[in-house]
Design a binder for this molecule. Sequence first.
Ligand SMILES: Cc1cc2nc3c(=O)[nH]c(=O)nc-3n(C[C@H](O)[C@H](O)[C@H](O)COP(=O)(O)OP(=O)(O)OC[C@H]3O[C@@H](n4cnc5c(N)ncnc54)[C@H](O)[C@@H]3O)c2cc1C
Length: 408
Amino acid sequence: MAEFTMELNDEQKEVRDWLHGFAADVIRPAAAEWDEREETPWPVIQEAAKVGIYSLDFYAQQYFDPTGLGIPMAMEELFWGDAGIALSIVGTGLAAVGVLANGTEEQIGTWVPQMYGDANDVKLAAFCSSEPDAGSDVASMRTRAVYDEAKDEWVINGTKTWATNGGIANVHVVVAVVDPELGSKGHASFIVPPNTPGLAQGQKFKKHGIRASHTAEVILDNVRVPGSCLLGGKQKLDERLARARERAKAGGERVKNAAMATFEASRPAVGAMAVGTARAAYEVALDYAMTREQFGRPIIDNQGVAFQLAEMATQIDAARLLVWRASWMAINGKPFTAAEGSMSKLFASETAKKVTAQAIQILGGNGYTREYPVERMHRDSAIYTIFEGTSEIQRLVIARTLSGMPIR
Ligand SMILES: Cc1cc2nc3c(=O)[nH]c(=O)nc-3n(C[C@H](O)[C@H](O)[C@H](O)COP(=O)(O)OP(=O)(O)OC[C@H]3O[C@@H](n4cnc5c(N)ncnc54)[C@H](O)[C@@H]3O)c2cc1C
C-alpha cells in the first residue's frame, strides 16, 4: 500500500507539467469557440490523441497509479484548461472504467480499444445509466434487458437521458434492469457495439455550461446484443442475482452494495474536475485584482477583495486535500467509513460554484462578459453539484454512512 503523501513524485510532476502545457496551449485557447459552437471539439480530441492524452494507455496508467493521485492530478489540469473540452476528452474514460471495473479480460481487450480508436480515427464512448424518471433514484430505472436464450442474445428496450457522448459514441455502455424484483441490485451493464440496429440518439440538450461536451438522450428500441456483451458474463450475473434474492428472502438485509463502493471511488475524480475549474477562475481573479486599478491603487489593495482571494485559495486547497485523500483511499482499498468520496465531491463542487461566482465579482463588469473566461467557468461549475450524484445525494450518503440510519 502506498503511503498517503501530498508530494507528487518526479514522474507525476512530469506528467502534470505535460498536461498543464496541453491545457494552456491547446485547450484554453479553444475554450470560448467550442463553448459558443456547442459542439464536440473533435480537432482538440484528435490533438489530445496525437500526443497520447486521449488514449487507453494514458488513462489506465493514471487510473492504476498506486498513490491514487494520477487521476485527480490529470483531471485538475485538463479541467483547468476548460471543463467542456476536458469532459469531451475524459468522457470516454467514464465508460471505459465501467468496463475495466466489471468486464472480463476478453471484454476489456475487445471493447476498450474501440472506445478510443486511434489518433487518425478518434472514437468516443458513452456511459448510459440516467433515465427521464431515474436520475438520483437509480432504482426506478426502466430500461429492460431480456435474455433470449435460443439466440444467446440480450434484447434491450428503453430511453436513457443525459448521456455524455450519447448517440455519437462508437461504443455505448448501457445499464439495464435484468430482474425488476431486485431494485438496483437487479441491474446489469451491457456493451452496445458500434452500429447496432435499434440504438439512436434522441434529443441533444442545449446546456447552461460545459457546452463543448455533447449530452443527449439515447433511445434503445429492440437493441439486440450478443450474450458476450453482458459485462462480467452470465455466470457471474446469475450468481450475483441468486445472492441478492437470498438476501431479499432473508428479510431485505441492508447491503452496502458494490455500486455504492464504486461511486465512492469515482466521485473524487469529479471533485478534481471541480478543483481544476475553481483554480482556473481563482488565478484569473488574482491576476485581475493585482492589475486592475481603481481609486489610484490595485483593487487587491482593499481587504474586501484580498480577503475574498485568500478565502478562495484556502477553499481550493481544502477541496484538493479531500479529493486526494479519497483517491488514495480508493486505490488502496480503504473502506469509506465516513463516505470520504462523497465528502470530497460535495466540498469540491460547492467550492467551484462559490469560487467562480466570487471571480466574476472581482472582475466586475468584465467578469460578467464573455470577453473574460470566468463567466464561462461559472456556468461550467454548476454541473459539478449535479452529475455523478447531486450535492443533496452526497449529503444523504454522508449522513447515512455516519449515522447508519436510513435518513431520507
Ligand atoms: C451535462 C450532464 C451530463 C451527464 N452525463 C451523464 C452520463 O454520461 N451518464 C449518465 O448516466 N448520466 C449523466 N448525467 C445525469 C446526472 O447524473 C443526473 O442529472 C443526476 O444524477 C441527477 O438526476 P436528475 O437530473 O434526474 O435530478 P433529480 O434526481 O430529479 O433531482 C432533482 C433535484 O431533487 C433533489 N433530490 C432528489 N432526490 C432527493 C433526495 N432523496 N433528497 C434530497 N434531494 C433530492 C436533487 O438533489 C436535485 O436537486 C448527466 C447530467 C448532466 C446534466
